[in-house]
Design a protein around this ligand. Structure first.
Ligand code: UD1
Ligand code: MG
Length: 481
């Protein structure tokens, strides 16, 4: 078929009763994205003219979660079956196009399977799967020549039909002009009282038989042009061999199983690309992880959004890293959290560091344990090694910030910046009350509360002048009751 006349309909109206959740099923997340987002992403890779999503349970919550996508939304107020769902989409489809019907709860669908199905589809094409335990699925009925004649739903199937292991994945492609006429003729006269989309298969087969008969009649007549107008209806099948890619999520167990499959596959790709994973089963990528050469990742790390790791980057155990760029040679020690941050080359971060949005670290920086940085720009060679908070700050080159230093960036209403110029040294347990500037080469004595700018190259301190000792002082003791 011609790939550029394609419509895609995604069925996503179901409640997902077995999820035991108030949230519509297609909004549950796999690898950090709603199930429906995975299906939309697959659909977009097929370059359709339009994507129509049929939604229902949960009302506007579903369309609202996908405002960023170019989707035609169609509400199915009552869920009367898959055929009824596609009927709702019919007015929005292009008459001369082919429609591929996808399910919103089959998140790992393979683009290649869809392409192969579409390539084979003339009038109607089915993506099928051989399932050792086919319980619950629609069975693919073939005649003695192997030609598909119908799909029979599990609940309507005879005990002999239930032995059939080839099942309908629910993914179906068909020419719109046929689809429109078949859908009009659906009835709900079946075990579930639903309008089954799958009944269109038997209708197509029937029309094919009529066409065969007409061709035969034409050939026996002496005057007409044999068979020219009587097109046969072929029902193509593409058999998937990848169970995960055609598996629908019905329960939290299914969701967890598919999540593991997804993560295992992602880890295998990373291994293939040369990354060292100390345990590929203990890695979670909920977005996109780009890696250079000789990258090493220890166990239990979570990557979210878009993360880029340069050559020779090492990530210690149990780090959570979101939307970050980490340049070559940098080492992140265990239990570090990094969010919307860029880190230059050969830096040392953690353990237990927290880098919050807007943080930009240049090369050769050291950020140590229990240090929190927020919207802080730190230049080459600077060190903040212990128990500090540096927020809304500009830190120059080769600055040393002592243990327990805090930038007081917030007065309860507004935020202010702290500027610490090159080569400054901030003694331990100092508070820098913003807005404030510490000049180039300045030294701040330990324990100072700095409220005014500190001049360059001078020692500035602000603490009790003298150290006092009180002789004969005794510690209070606990009074007995
Ligand atoms: C359907 C197929 C079955 C196939 C199976 C694969 C039909 C009649 N049966 O069965 O052959 O083996 O999927 O998983 O098509 N939906 C709506 N509106 C509705 C009903 C369903 O949008 O009124 C959506 C659901 O949200 C779901 C999908 O369609 O995403 C499939 O519906 P479901 O009820 O799960 O169909 P099955 O009985 O599993
Ligand atoms: Mg189902």
């Amino acid at each position: 078929m011609v790939m550029n006349r394609l419509n895609i309909v995604i069925l996503a109206a179901g409640k997902g009763t077995r999820m035991y959740s108030n949230k519509p099923k297609v909004l549950h997340q796999l690898a950090g994205k709603p199930l429906l987002q995975h299906v939309i992403n697959c659909a977009k890779l097929l370059n359709p003219l339009k994507i129509v999503v049929v939604y229902g349970y949960g009302g506007d919550a579903v369309p609202q979660a996908f405002m960023h996508e170019n989707i035609t939304w169609v509400e199915q107020i009552e869920q009367l079956g898959t055929g009824h769902a596609v009927q709702q989409a019919m007015p929005y489809l292009d008459e001369d196009a082919t429609t591929l019907i996808l399910l919103g709860d089959v998140p790992l669908l393979s683009v290649d399977s869809c392409k192969r199905l579409l390539e084979q589809t003339e009038e109607l094409g089915l993506l099928t799967f051989i399932k050792p335990d086919p319980t619950g699925y629609g069975r693919i009925i073939r005649n003695s020549e192997g030609i598909v004649t119908a799909i029979i739903e599990h609940k309507d199937a005879t005990s002999v039909q239930r032995e059939i292991k080839e099942v309908n994945t629910g993914i179906i492609a068909t020419k719109n002009k046929h689809l429109a006429s078949w859908l009009k003729r659906l009835t709900n006269d079946n075990a579930q009282g639903e309008y089954y989309l799958t009944d269109i298969v038997a209708m197509a087969k029937l029309e094919d038989e009529i066409a065969v008969r007409e061709i035969a009649d034409d050939e026996s007549s002496t005057d007409g042009w044999p068979g020219l107008s009587n097109k046969r209806f072929t029902i193509a099948t593409e058999i998937s061999h990848d169970e995960a890619s055609v598996t629908g999520v019905n329960s939290k167990k299914d969701l967890a199983d598919l999540e593991r499959t997804y993560q295992k596959r992602y880890a295998d790709c990373l291994l293939q690309a040369g990354v060292t994973l100390l345990d590929p089963l203990r890695l979670d990528v909920r977005g996109e992880l780009n890696v250079g050469k000789d990258v090493e990742i220890d166990v239990g790390c979570v990557f979210e959004g878009k993360v880029t790791l340069g050559d020779n980057v090492k990530i210690g155990a149990y780090c959570v890293i979101r939307n970050a760029v980490i340049a070559l040679g940098t080492q992140i020690a265990p239990f570090t959290h990094i969010d919307d941050t860029q880190i230059g080359e050969n830096s040392r971060i953690g353990p237990y560091a927290r880098l919050r949005p807007g943080t930009r670290l240049a090369a050769d920086t050291h950020i140590g344990n229990f240090v929190e940085l927020k919207n802080a720009q730190v230049d080459v060679g600077s060190k903040i090694n212990h128990l500090s908070y540096v927020g809304d700050s500009t830190v120059g080159k080769n600055v040393n910030i002592g243990a327990g230093t805090i930038t007081c960036n917030y007065d309860g209403a507004n935020k202010f910046r702290t500027v610490i110029e090159d080569n400054a040294f901030i003694g331990s347990d100092s508070q820098l009350v913003a807005p404030v500037t510490i000049g180039r080469g300045a030294t701040i004595a330990a324990g100072s509360t700095i409220t005014k700018d500190a001049p360059a190259d001078q020692l500035t301190f602000c603490r009790a002048k003298e150290q006092k000792s009180i002789a004969g002082w005794t510690r209070p003791v606990k009074t007995k009751k």
